[in-house]
Design a protein around this ligand. Structure first.
Ligand code: FAD
Length: 285
């Protein structure tokens, strides 16, 4: 199975992110999406993990299914929150046994209503180290990067230092979604200033529903730039016009990122294929 660090050294990658569905209807919809996206030959596809193990089996099953039944290379997300160290060790061991070599190591966020939160491993870099301990060189391990800074960090400079230290033990990074190329180039420049040159993939979230994306942005401690949001809000309930503007602007952002030598493009698909396929076609990938 191709490792993501090797794929990144071979040239720009394209990758698609999905979440494990909770219902049979969601499963069927995801199957359709995967069938529609597989012909685009993505470099890899990634499957999110519900913090604290809420999707533990579903993520594992979907990742192994992708590995054994499709031509696509999967990456499993894994979060440290609300897991004992031994549970994380076991999960990593199961991925190793199944032949899954690509892991995105995350801290995860405790559920909002949680009364008690368990962190045997408090930071994502510790999960990277655990993956190395379990798999030696067998795993290619990625980590999350937050262009606007992580919301819990006291300031951007401190967050950049922590990120550079985390990227120093990982093989690659993937960013939270953002909407202006400068947010990405600033991140890469800041990391270079800290002598960190680990490849960081930009995360692209095409806007197909502005209210939904504003909610996601708020949850991840960032925002849709107000001038951009206004362009979508001005279109009101015209879903087709919103989708079309979303695809146009995401295509533009992707082209700017490729021109800025980004090592690839990572698409947040929300388990749907249309916008991603259109952007992919517009870019002539
Ligand atoms: P960390 O790297 O541990 O950072 C968390 C905080 O700790 C930051 O403020 C950082 O500055 C600080 N910090 C780091 N090191 C130190 C140190 N040495 N000393 C002091 N402070 C330090 N969540 C899910 O639940 N499931 C998913 O599948 C998932 N996938 C994601 C994919 C991507 C690409 C991204 C960008 C995020 C994803 N998330 C996911 C969300 C992620 O779990 C949250 O953003 C979480 O709040 C932070 O995770 P992290 O791995 O960046 O944490």
């Amino acid at each position: 199975m191709p490792r993501i660090d090797a794929l990144l050294s071979a040239g720009p990658t394209t990758s698609f992110e999905f979440f494990p569905p909770k219902t049979d209807k969601g499963e069927t919809a995801l199957r359709t999406t995967l069938n529609e996206l597989e012909p685009l030959s993505p470099s890899f596809v990634s499957i999110t993990y519900g913090a604290g193990g809420s999707t533990r089996e579903r993520t594992h099953r979907l990742v192994v299914d992708l590995l054994t039944r499709t031509s696509m290379t999967p990456m499993a997300h894994l979060t440290a929150v609300n897991h004992r160290r031994a549970e994380l060790q076991e999960l990593l061991g199961r991925y190793l046994d199944a032949g899954v070599e690509n892991i995105l190591a995350l801290r995860g966020d405790p559920p909002r209503d949680a009364e008690e939160v368990l962190f045997d491993l408090e930071r994502a870099w510790q999960l990277v180290e655990l993956a190395r301990e379990v798999g030696g060189d067998a795993f290619s391990v990625g980590v999350a990067a937050h262009p606007a800074g992580h919301p819990l960090a006291p300031d951007l400079a401190t967050d950049r230092k922590h990120l550079a230290a985390k990227l120093a033990v990982a093989d690659f990074g993937v960013t939270q979604f953002f909407f202006e190329v400068e947010e990405y180039t600033r991140l890469v420049d800041d990391l270079a200033g800290l002598d960190c040159h680990t490849p960081v993939l930009p995360g692209i979230m095409p806007i197909t529903n502005i209210r939904q994306i504003q909610r996601f942005a708020e949850l991840s401690g960032t925002e849709v730039p107000p001038a951009l949001a206004d362009r979508f809000l001005a279109l009101g309930d015209d879903e087709e016009a919103v989708r079309s503007l979303g695809v146009e602007l995401a295509t533009e952002l992707c082209q700017q990122l490729l021109d800025a030598d980004a090592p690839g493009l990572h698409f947040y698909t929300l388990n749907r294929s249309t916008a991603t396929r259109e952007i992919h076609a517009n870019l002539g990938l």
